[in-house]
Design a protein around this ligand. Structure first.
Ligand code: SF4
Length: 324
């Protein structure tokens, strides 16, 4: 099976200008040499603390921010080299849903206009009645009654607004949706409803997701595979169950230790990491995690650990990760 999405050595470095007319001397390395792939119909989770570069990575894939270098192949075509009408035509294939659905929905447009706009841009219906029928289908698919079609975003709850955002994304029949923290702003009960909805839609339509979140418990629930990101780099990637059971990178171990246990008998020992995430303008030498790592050795300050295979489906960027 060929990959739906293949990201190769992707970098997004933002120039830092000390003043309006100053020259650029430094760069924020928001995404630094990231490679991965997503198969058709699968969910790949991407987890990390805020500021680690995961949102920038999602945005670079859909070209909402311009990659500095590297490639993003969708069905084998490099979308980083496309522009204009070529890129617009491919945009149908990949959509994005956001953490703040209210901020991403035009407050002056009704639900019908918001969902219909996507159909109009890509000329997906050929008559007014076909357009209305399709909008009704899309609202039903995300669990919204069609009586809401003439209402405005402010008349809905957070969960309902996220459903509108999902309906808008579905309108163009995408093969991939980048879900950027889609449930982080919602109550826990509503989070479960939206995650169940995304899973149902995936089963019905075969859509692949890149699911971005800072909460590993949510990621574990929805993803088949998970990538852990730290300071712009992928530091560990594995099947979701293997990652939770046998995490190899100390950063992943700390993230997992923060997941609340259902069974109090098997209480995990919480690992509190010292300090904050360092600046991505001046990342630490060697292993970028070494200033916060509880098991760092002398070589960690000088030698960059490569993301290496420790089992057939598990890779970690740590000198001390053990093969199994
Ligand atoms: Fe810690 Fe060293 Fe592994 Fe980095 S390479 S995670 S500093 S042990």
């Amino acid at each position: 099976m060929s990959s739906l999405l293949e990201v190769k050595n992707l970098k997004v470095h933002f120039p830092v200008k000390p003043g309006l007319f100053s020259r650029v001397h430094e760069f924020v390395k928001a995404v630094d040499d990231v490679s991965f792939s997503i198969e058709p119909g699968e969910t790949l989770g991407l987890v990390g603390e805020s500021g680690c570069g995961k949102t920038t990575l999602g945005r670079a894939i859909v070209r909402l921010v311009e990659p500095t270098s590297g490639s993003v192949l969708l069905n084998g075509e490099d979308i980083t080299r496309m522009s204009g009408s070529e890129l617009r035509a491919r945009r149908r294939k990949f959509q994005m849903i956001f953490q703040d659905p209210y901020g991403s929905l035009n407050p002056r447009m009704t639900v019908e206009q918001i969902v219909g706009e996507a159909l109009d841009i890509h000329q997906l219906t050929d008559s007014k009645s076909a357009r209305q029928k399709r909008i009704a289908e899309l609202l039903n698919a995300v669990g919204l009654d069609t009586v809401y079609a003439q209402r405005y975003p402010h008349e809905f709850s957070g969960g309902q607004r996220q459903r509108i955002g999902i309906a808008r994304a579905l309108a163009v029949e995408p093969e991939l949706i980048i879900c950027d923290e889609p449930v982080s702003a919602l109550d826990v009960s509503v989070q479960a409803q939206i995650i169940n909805l995304l899973q149902d839609l995936q089963q019905q339509r075969g859509i692949a997701y890149l699911f971005i979140a800072h909460d590993l418990a949510v990621i574990e629930h929805i993803s088949r595979r998970v990538m852990v990101m730290y300071l712009g780099k992928i530091v560990e990637t594995a099947e979701a169950k293997a990652l939770i059971r046998t995490p190899q990178h100390p950063y992943t171990q700390a993230l997992i230790s923060a997941i609340p246990e259902v069974d109090p008998e098997t209480k995990r020992k919480r690992i509190i990491l010292p300090g904050d995430v360092p600046s991505p303008i001046h990342p630490p030498s060697g292993c970028p995690f070494h200033p916060r790592c509880p098991i760092a050795e002398a070589r960690c300050k000088t030698d960059v650990p490569p993301l290496r295979e420790i089992s057939s489906s598990h890779r970690a960027a740590c000198h001390l990760a053990k093969q199994y």
